[in-house]
Design a protein around this ligand. Structure first.
Ligand code: FAD
Length: 423
């Protein structure tokens, strides 16, 4: 029996070690099936990120937006902990677990370490910005917004009350636009229970350095999304950046000053910085360089995919963007390449979808462009189809149905996970 803090050396199940149990890693393990694999992951679940905005607004129970890895990949072994080192020559990886340090031998290594929020040196960002990348981020954001409503209700000063009802999102890609739309629905619904705040104006602003919001989708749909947000009173600042942020005010590059206590940072991602310590071939953005078979260039038996890799696509002129749909297709190819004769990876994107809050959405699927209710319906149906495990899908459908029938829950549970100490 191993003592806590001890060191153990073991071999990965089936000889395959997958680093990262996110979208890409979990799917590779699931698709390897009987062949088996060992997954190293910080969490015992895979987060289905497209549903994160709905977890933040409370439409979905946060637990229902994740899939337990032990259920999703029953043939894989899960090693819960923090990957700290990889010895490429010795073919071992070191993982810090609750039970001590584990060294795992591998024959095939799959790098699926994902990305982290891409930040820039904006004064005050680290202290005052809210991240929106993980499940704790989504739960924290919801609790923060509901706390702001309580604080606004208690404020005597009109200007301070307005600042508490002002919300700034920096980054107008999918994550920023969807999160803003969902949270503004949450605030609209919640204010029904705050009669003192009924006449206080709310302010929602979205900021991006790009010349338009949602630059990754066809212009007509992007313009529709911009119009839809503007009609709701959302202020859109494009072609500008966040200059500074304090606990009282956001200042933009064009000189606009927005008194606020809430600034959500959704300005994209960069590859996991740990990759830089692993002596891997990286491109100028820090992504692992792989060939068309998803093999890391120059390394035998080492593969990479997902947000941490620069993946060439035989059916596209550009390397893949960091999205779930690409990570999933790469995982399908990679699992087959490990198990059999490798073939080149190629995937033509079928379309893109996004929700804009309640009953509104945009979808561009196989050339068909939908907006409004049909766009929203197609977006939800697509996510339901993509979500692994029938039991998870059912839970999500139940949450959506409950949200249609009942008013929104405005309980703020920020104290969860922080139990009182016993004296
Ligand atoms: C808010 C948000 C919304 C999004 N919405 C969409 C969308 O609607 N559609 C879409 O296609 N894409 C969307 N994306 C992008 C999508 O989530 C990513 O492209 C996808 O998750 C990439 O999968 P991955 O496995 O490469 O990375 P991840 O899913 O990030 O997984 C990486 C895993 O590695 C683990 N890890 C990292 N370092 C270590 C370590 N040292 N030790 C142990 N484990 C480690 C992490 O904990 C994580 O579990 C969204 C992303 C965000 C943040």
């Amino acid at each position: 029996m191993l003592e806590e803090g001890s060191v153990e050396t073991r071999t990965a199940r089936g000889g395959v070690l997958i680093l990262g149990g996110g979208f890409a890693g979990a799917y590779v393990a699931r698709l390897l099936g009987q062949r088996g694999a060992t997954i190293v992951s910080r969490e015992n679940f895979m987060l289905y990120t497209p549903l994160l905005p709905e977890a933040a607004s409370g439409t979905l129970e946060p637990r229902h937006t994740v899939v337990p890895l032990r259920v999703m990949c029953p043939q894989a072994e899960l090693l819960l902990g923090e990957l700290t080192a990889v010895d490429l020559a010795g073919r071992t990886a070191t993982v810090e677990t609750e039970g001590g340090t584990r060294t795992v031998r591998w024959l095939e290594l799959v790098l699926a370490l994902g990305a982290v929020p891409r930040t820039v040196p904006v004064p005050g960002l680290a202290d005052n910005g809210l991240s929106f990348k993980s499940l704790p981020d989504a739960i924290n954001l919801r609790n923060h917004v509901l706390r702001e409503l309580e604080a606004a209700d208690a404020e005597q000063d009109e200007a301070a009350r307005r600042a508490r009802l002002s919300f700034v999102f920096v980054g107008a890609g999918y994550a920023g636009v969807e999160a803003l739309a969902e949270l503004s629905d949450l605030v609209d619904d919640a204010l029904r229970y705050y009669p003192r705040l009924r006449d206080t104006p709310r302010r929602w602003a979205i900021v991006d350095a790009a010349p338009k919001i949602l630059p990754e989708i066809p212009s007509r749909l992007g313009e529709y999304a911009a119009r839809e947000l503007a009609e709701r009173g959302v202020e859109i600042y494009v072609g500008t950046t966040l200059a500074s942020i304090s606990d009282r005010e956001a200042v933009l590059g064009d000189g606009t000053r927005i008194p606020t206590r809430t600034m959500v940072w959704t300005a994209g991602v960069r590859p996991n910085p740990l990759l830089r310590e692993l002596e891997l071939p990286l491109d100028d953005r820090g992504r692992v360089e792989v060939d068309e078979f998803l093999r890391v260039r120059g390394l035998d038996g080492v593969w990479a995919l997902g947000d941490c890799a620069r993946v060439p696509n035989t059916r596209s002129a550009e390397p893949d963007p960091p999205t779930c749909q690409h990570a999933l297709r790469q995982a399908r190819r990679l699992a087959k390449n490990i198990a059999g004769t490798p073939e080149p990876y190629g995937y033509r994107m079928l379309g893109q979808v996004a929700t804009l809050g309640r009953y509104k959405g945009i979808a561009d699927v196989m050339g068909l462009r939908l907006r409004g209710f049909p766009g929203w319906f197609v977006t939800r149906s697509y996510h339901l189809y993509q979500l692994p495990l029938a039991q998870r899908r059912l839970r999500v459908v139940v949450d959506w149905t409950v949200a249609l029938l009942f008013r929104r829950d405005v309980v703020e549970l920020g104290m969860l996970g922080q139990p009182e100490r016993l004296d």
